[in-house]
Design a protein around this ligand. Structure first.
Ligand code: ATP
Length: 236
């Protein structure tokens, strides 16, 4: 069964339609990626799914339309966005940033166990728990952003360009973590300009160009597609 099903969704900024009649779905426990160039509408789509932008069409989460739910309700149901700019509190410690991630937890006793799980997944964050977030390296910040999201026990993670601005070695590390989240039962929608890394990690992929889905298929097929290799995967 699909954990998320987006059906005929369009999003406009004033009169400009940034996302046009997009349909896609994510099966429970899978990683689905949306790849595409700068300005294709990837971030816009994510913002519509989490409820930060109004959209036309319908977004179903576990079979239920999200239209009457605001952002807080959506987060309470298990959706969680890790934004492109990561949006950490730079003047606060790693520990406090994580604590804020668990702010909405109904069961407060899970704060401690979730924190332990995050520290087990990211030992670097445990070492740096007292350090201010603003003093972390780019890779560490992305780990903190992911860790903070995991504090809320998400069922569906929306990851906006997790590899943006990171060195290749760190990118590999981040994608390894993303792959391991699937093993932990989290479903993931992964938006990326780094198409190769995204397709290597994902189960299924969609290609978004100027607001529209132009191609889709199992990630293993897309990564071998001549046209995509030419356009997005840096040639053979
Ligand atoms: P990037 O990888 O650069 O973030 P993207 O695929 O995420 O690109 P979006 O950020 O969703 O693309 O932008 C889609 C289109 O909508 C672009 O043409 C962009 O200029 C436009 N757009 C984005 N945000 C706004 C806004 N707040 N007001 C008006 N137009 C916007």
């Amino acid at each position: 069964m699909s954990i998320l099903s987006v059906q005929g969704v369009s999003v406009s900024y004033d009169k400009v339609e940034a996302v046009r009649d997009v349909s896609l779905s994510i099966e429970e426990g899978r990683i689905v990626t949306v790849i595409g160039p700068n300005g294709a509408g990837k971030t816009t789509l994510m913002l519509a799914i989490i409820g930060l932008l109004r959209s036309k069409g319908t977004i179903y989460y576990r079979g239920e339309s999200l239209s009457r739910f605001d952002v807080e309700d959506r987060v309470g149901r298990g959706l969680c966005l890790v934004p492109e700019r990561r949006e950490l509190f730079h003047d606060m410690s790693v520990f406090d940033n994580l604590l804020l991630g668990g702010y909405g937890l109904r069961d407060r006793s899970r704060l401690k166990s979730n924190m332990e799980k995050v520290f087990d997944r990211f030992p670097r964050l445990r070492e740096r728990r007292k350090q201010l977030a603003g003093t972390l390296s780019g890779g560490e910040r992305q780990m903190l952003a992911l860790g903070r999201a995991l504090m809320s026990d998400p069922k569906l993670l929306l990851l906006d360009e997790p590899s943006l601005g990171l060195a290749p070695l760190i990118v590999r590390e981040i994608f390894k973590v993303i792959g391991s989240l699937r093993e932990a039962g989290v479903s993931i929608l992964l938006v990326e300009q780094n198409a190769r890394a995204a397709l290597e990690t994902a189960d299924y992929g969609y290609v978004l160009e100027t607001g529209e889905i132009v191609q889709s298929g199992p990630a293993a097929d897309l990564i071998r597609d001549d046209k995509l290799i030419e356009t997005y995967l840096g040639g053979r």
